[in-house]
Design a protein around this ligand. Structure first.
Ligand SMILES: Nc1ncnc2c1ncn2[C@@H]1O[C@H](COP(=O)(O)OP(=O)(O)OP(=O)(O)O)[C@@H](O)[C@H]1O
Length: 679
């Protein structure tokens, strides 16, 4: 589980300065198209199909949808593809973004009866993709969502007895597999967007391969595996899946022109905003723009900046509707970006890589790709996960470009030079090679796989990372390391939580420490997307209103205060509205707390040094309090934190003040070695 922090950094002065610079820059470039002069140069034109797109006006017009389906590049291959997949145990399918893999292949297989009455599972790396794609496929099949076609993501299961095509996050399927390692409910498992190589997808590769083999051995119904992507190292995948045949789909749906920056951009945010306004001045309304940025704070400040500038540009282009899109945004606001643009305006979506794969956003004609992403990196020596802004891979760049050609031809502006692009890695480094593996190891042990080192990983993580994960689980009391690595009774309990093992342990020992209610409340608040809602227009008012919840003990107690206040008013909608609290996420937190029943964060502790700096107790490296924390201006002697992120400095997020005695009590074996110096 990834924990996130919520409030965007307040940086008004910086933002004003930025707007000023931008205005100057824009006034120099007035009237010039990015494509007409530097900083962009045209690269390539992918031209194949060209036809107009039927408007749906919010109605499900099945005739039009069927026409659209028929025009997809995959459609002519329907019969052949279905026959090939029918005859294979495993197939690797590769086809351009937008060719129709995700939406059509499961329908083809269902229509032809290849699923033999059982369920076809289609995994997606992100929940927003699982939800929106299933909505689309339900529409196309003329059924209500949750009937023939449904989805399952954490805390939301929209399926029924009659569901035969089930879109789900890879994490959900992995969790199901711990209860049923043979995955008997499914006849076909489609692992979509395989190039993303999320940690869950990588573990699933091994788990579904094993399920397929074991079902064959036991004489059970066969399990068909389909691995799909637009961009992947096909040989590597084919070899891993016992030399599975690769099926190539021809054709891209709409052409997308790609422009590169002619010079290296030192400030990609500035370059993206300048590009946006240049486009905006010269293009008609209803041609929308999708900008890729790295994270919530950057997105929120960019959104503010675009809104500020647009106020000064009345009359120079259509009105702008600017929407942020990132994982911590409440789901209903995430889904809002998929709505049609109001007539005569232009929608600008500033998104993280959650908009990168599978999704189709109505109206997007232009993509501005900054070429960067926030990725999790793990240092096995320090045992720490860091979130760091890194260059995307070529595969990711291609996916981003593809978002501009979903409904008609489009254009992608890359805020980097062609030479820089050439230096990008071909494929994304699998998450499993760069993340803390304690959850993975716990899950594999729960599946009865104790020989972790020899597990059939497509790309084996380093022995150090695996050993590091086992050590961490051992420190948490989840495993024994005698003859072989085995789950302890506590470890077995930990598996049942959809949480990071440190949080699971926290919950499990809370009871003995007589603080179960408090811990469950805090953990559930940390497990859902942001519960604080800060509309741009009422930012000051929202922060002022929520001040009453802030605790000098830190963010965890602040969450507890909100949780208790919410419960005391029995989840009153009006109360949430008045206090700028997100009702839906609060309800999810309540559900989460009900679903679950000591402090595992002892490893995430930091100590204040004489010089006024903090150092992490596990790595002995300098760390800083994140500006978004309520403890930002304080200097407590010891703190614990949920997450470290590396931007300009290494920041701790979601902090609480802690008494060092509690750290020794929680994990004496751990702190014996690294006893903090007193004073
Ligand atoms: N939610 C949606 N609303 C409107 N059109 C959609 C939607 N989802 C898909 N489409 C249309 O169907 C086409 C095919 O989408 P699909 O996701 O099946 O392609 P894909 O080959 O899997 O692409 P990718 O690799 O990018 O996921 C899109 O280009 C778009 O025109």
């Amino acid at each position: 589980m990834r924990l996130r922090k919520r409030e965007p950094k307040e940086n008004i002065e910086e933002s004003k300065e930025f707007v000023k610079m931008l205005r100057q820059k824009l006034s120099c470039n007035k009237g010039k198209m990015p494509s007409e002069e530097p900083p962009y140069k045209k690269k390539k034109l992918n031209s194949q199909h060209s036809h107009s797109h039927a408007s749906q006006n919010g109605f499900v017009n099945n005739y039009k949808l069927q026409q659209e389906r028929r025009r997809l590049p995959i459609f002519p291959a329907k019969h052949k593809l279905t026959q090939q997949i029918r005859s294979l145990d495993t197939a690797i399918v590769i086809g351009e973004t937008g060719s129709g893999k995700t939406t059509q292949i499961p329908q083809f297989l269902h229509e032809a009866g290849v699923h033999r009455g059982s369920i076809i599972a289609v995994t997606q790396p992100r929940r927003v993709a699982a939800i929106t794609v299933s909505q689309r496929v339900a529409q196309e099949s003329g059924t209500l969502l949750g009937h023939l076609v449904g989805y399952s993501v954490r805390f939301e299961d929209v399926t029924s007895e009659s569901t035969k095509i089930k879109y789900m996050t890879d994490g959900m399927l992995l969790r199901e597999s711990t209860l049923d390692p043979l995955m008997k409910r499914y006849s076909i498992i489609v692992l979509d967007e395989a190039h993303e190589r999320t940690i869950h997808t990588d573990v699933l590769f091994g788990v579904v391969k094993k399920a397929q083999r074991d079902r064959k051995k036991k004489g059970l119904k066969p399990l068909k595996i389909i691995v799909m992507s637009a961009t992947m190292d096909v040989d590597h995948f084919s070899n891993y899946f016992n030399k599975a045949p690769v099926l190539y789909l021809e054709g891209r749906q709409y052409p997308v022109q790609v422009f590169y920056s002619t010079t290296t951009q030192s400030d990609y945010v500035m370059a993206a905003v300048v590009t946006l306004f240049q486009l905006h001045r010269d293009h008609p309304p209803n041609q929308d723009v999708l900008i890729f940025m790295t994270g919530q704070e950057e997105i929120e400040s960019t959104v503010r900046c675009i809104r500020d500038i647009s106020k000064d540009m009345v009359g120079e282009g259509p009105p702008l509707v600017v929407c942020p899109l990132y994982a911590a945004l409440p789901s209903h606001l995430q889904l809002k970006v998929f709505n049609k643009t109001p007539e005569g305006s232009r929608k600008v979506i500033v998104a993280t890589n959650i908009a990168e794969t599978s999704v189709t956003i109505h109206g997007i004609k232009f993509v501005i790709d900054t070429g960067v992403v926030k990725a999790k990196l793990y240092n096995p020596n320090s045992g720490l996960d860091l979130l760091k802004v890194v260059r995307i891979s070529k595969a990711q760049a291609l996916q981003r470009t593809g978002r501009a050609g979903r409904e008609s031809s489009g254009t992608c502006y890359r805020i980097y030079t062609e030479e820089e692009f050439d230096s990008f890695k071909k494929n994304t480094v699998p998450e499993i090679l760069r993340c803390n593996l304690s959850s993975v190891v716990l899950q594999l042990l729960a599946l009865g796989i104790s020989d972790i080192v020899n597990f059939d990983f497509m790309d084996k993580p380093s022995i150090e990372s695996l050993i590091g994960a086992v050590h961490q689980l051992h420190s948490l009391g989840a495993v024994t390391k005698e003859d072989c690595i085995k789950l302890t009774p506590l470890g077995k309990q930990m598996v049942s939580f959809p949480l990071d093992p440190r949080l699971s342990k926290t919950v499990l020992i809370a009871k003995d420490n007589h603080c179960l209610e408090e811990i469950l409340s805090i953990v559930s608040m940390l497990s859902v997307d942001s519960v604080m809602f800060t509309p741009q227009s009422k930012r000051e008012e929202a922060l002022e209103t929520r001040k009453k919840f802030i605790s000098s003990d830190g963010d965890h107690v602040t969450y507890l205060n909100i949780y208790r206040a919410f419960k005391s008013v029995r989840g009153n909608t009006e109360w949430c509205h008045e206090n700028f609290i997100n009702l839906r996420n609060m309800r999810l937190a309540l559900e989460c707390s009900q679903e679950m029943s000591g402090f595992g964060f002892f490893m995430n502790a930091a100590e204040l040094q004489k010089e006024g700096e903090f150092i992490s107790l596990s790595s002995r490296k300098p760390v800083n309090i994140h500006p978004s924390s309520s403890l930002f201006m304080c200097k407590p002697a010891y703190v614990i934190y949920n997450e470290l992120i590396q931007t300009t400095k290494c920041y701790m997020r979601d902090l609480s003040v802690v008494d060092p005695e509690w750290l020794y009590e929680a994990a004496p074996h751990y702190f014996r070695k690294k006893k903090p110096k007193p004073g």
